[in-house]
Design a protein around this ligand. Structure first.
Ligand code: SAM
Length: 501
């Protein structure tokens, strides 16, 4: 792959892909919804069958070639890429022409994202995946935009116009996303091949990236950023012969050492007020409370908020990542690899592996946020905005003693609904829940007093007046009621059920 492709050839490719309607929707139309679902399960057959039955379209030809890994005749490729042609695509390093057959040597597909900054789409070139290769990936595989890439993209707080670092850029997905608003995007990777793909993708999508080769923060020593974004190679991998070390998912550290190094290094590379966000895996050595302290401890000097989205036992974890590498369950290779993972975990006393999101912030004053929570339910849209609002809520209320909080006017967020559950025939509810429709889609069980306070928070009256009125209504002591409710209100404000008017 060419890091600095010829500008005319890349312009021709861009125009051809545009004309072919080589978009997420264009491909879905080319092979239909059933095939699209099957591709999500790495099954190309329904898409190939649909393309055979339907009249050929440029998007269908390109999808067969670059997504499904199927050969196409030179004439069909020339028609689908009228400016570039099969010969030009070969010069760009996208395909190999062998007689009348054209075969892709890269995966090239449209990628679209909708977030707080709007809807955007790109084309991303990467190495062909297992489906196109029909077997295990090579260790130097360069990843395209996978599900983890999208997860990270969707939790990012809006980037702003400052300097962004995408650490471990791979084919450049996060860097392209950040470049929509950022002033500068520095994209690093330990893999020169990855940077070649990132450079090609930047040129194809008309984006400027500052590409730097090297491990972790090495290429940005002494530099600070307003945002650090990283989907690091967080997969915990046994360091023994015979276990492949995939650059894209494995940074060569033992245990969860790579994620620890990324978190520990952030303090030296965040500008004041800067935010780093990453996906990570961390080991649990028996005790969840100790895990909480260990992971939060990596972020010494920073605000830190860890959202653990999943907790896997060692066998589940091993099976997931052995399968991800292409080994099939039931084979001797699968069993050997799973055993290597289990032995590695046993050697360190690992009882479970946590996975989730980490948000770090270089506070302008002393760090005050230290939060680790397990949230494994389905999430809604707008998580990036929810994280940004939670950080702002934390700062605002941190400065407020309870008296000042009582003078604050809050209102219930527009996506919140109250759900009441009753035993049949009972007049009073047994359970009251506040339910968010967006962001983390939290469900919070509350008591009658809190439900009444939240319900009355319409942005008109100060919180203290509402709490006092509810206490009077329920014949409760107002001082005790404030003491009980205000800490809960702080939490509900951080979590986004309540917002500052
Ligand atoms: C999971 S991929 C993420 C790619 C892309 N940023 C995304 O979100 O899809 C991890 C990337 O980190 C790179 N990498 C591996 N070890 C690294 C290291 N020690 N320092 C920097 N990058 C590394 C890999 O080459 C790979 O491109």
């Amino acid at each position: 792959m060419q890091r600095d492709p010829d500008p005319q050839q890349i312009a021709d490719l861009r125009a051809d892909l545009d004309d072919a309607r080589y978009t997420v929707d264009g491909l879905a139309d080319a092979w239909g919804p059933i095939a699209a679902e099957a591709l999500g399960r790495d099954d190309p057959e329904p898409a190939l069958a649909a393309l055979e039955r339907r009249p050929a379209t440029p998007a269908g030809v390109l999808g067969a070639l670059f997504v499904l890994g199927a050969a196409r005749p030179v004439g069909a490729v020339d028609s689908a890429l009228p400016r570039l042609g099969a010969a030009g695509a070969e010069r760009l390093g996208l395909v190999r022409v062998d007689g009348d057959a054209v075969r892709a040597v890269v995966d090239l597909r449209p990628y679209a994202l909708a977030d707080e900054s709007g809807v955007a789409s790109w084309w991303i070139a990467s190495d062909p995946g297992e489906m196109a290769l029909g077997g295990e990936l090579p260790e130097e595989h360069v990843l395209g935009a996978g599900s983890a890439s999208t997860t990270l993209a969707q939790i990012l707080v809006p980037t702003g116009t400052g300097r962004v670092l995408d650490l471990g850029t791979g084919s450049g997905v996060q860097a392209l996303i950040a470049a929509r608003s950022a002033g500068t995007v520095v994209a690093t990777d330990v893999s020169a091949r990855a940077l070649d793909f990132a450079g090609f993708n930047a040129a194809l999508n008309r984006v400027r990236l500052d590409l730097r080769e090297g491990s972790l923060y090495e290429p940005v020593a002494d530099e600070r950023f307003d945002r650090v974004v990283t989907n690091p190679p967080f997969v915990i991998t046994p360091r023994v012969d015979g276990v492949p070390a995939y650059t894209y998912r494995d940074g060569g550290f033992g245990g969860d050492g790579l994620v620890e190094a990324v978190v520990r290094g952030a303090a030296e590379h965040l500008a004041p007020g800067g935010v780093a966000q990453l996906l990570g895996n961390w080991e649990v050595h028996g005790d969840q409370a100790a895990t909480r302290e260990r992971v939060l401890g990596w972020a010494d000097g920073l605000d830190v908020w860890v959202v653990q989205r999943d907790l896997l036992d060692p066998a589940q974890y091993a099976e997931t990542w052995v399968r991800d590498g292409g080994a099939q369950p039931g084979t001797a290779r699968f069993r050997t690899l799973v055993r290597a993972w289990l032995d590695d975990f046993a050697a360190r006393g690992v009882t479970a592996i946590g996975a989730g999101y980490v948000t770090l912030r270089a506070s302008r004053r002393a760090a005050t946020l230290r939060r680790f929570e397990h949230l494994d339910g389905a999430v809604g849209s707008g998580i990036g905005g929810a994280i940004e609002a939670a950080l702002a809520a934390h700062d605002l209320q941190h400065a407020l003693a309870d008296d000042a909080l009582a003078d604050t006017v809050l209102e219930v967020a527009p996506d919140v609904t109250e759900h009441r559950h009753y035993w049949p025939g009972d007049a009073d509810p047994t359970v009251i829940e506040l339910v968010q429709g967006t962001g983390f889609a939290r469900v919070r069980r509350v008591d009658t007093v809190t439900a009444a306070v939240v319900g009355a928070s319409d942005g008109e009256l100060p919180l203290g007046a509402i709490v006092d009125a509810v206490a009077r209504l329920l014949d409760a002591d107002p001082v005790d009621t404030r003491a009980a409710v205000l800490p809960i209100v702080r939490e509900l404000w951080f979590e986004g059920f309540l917002a500052l008017r």
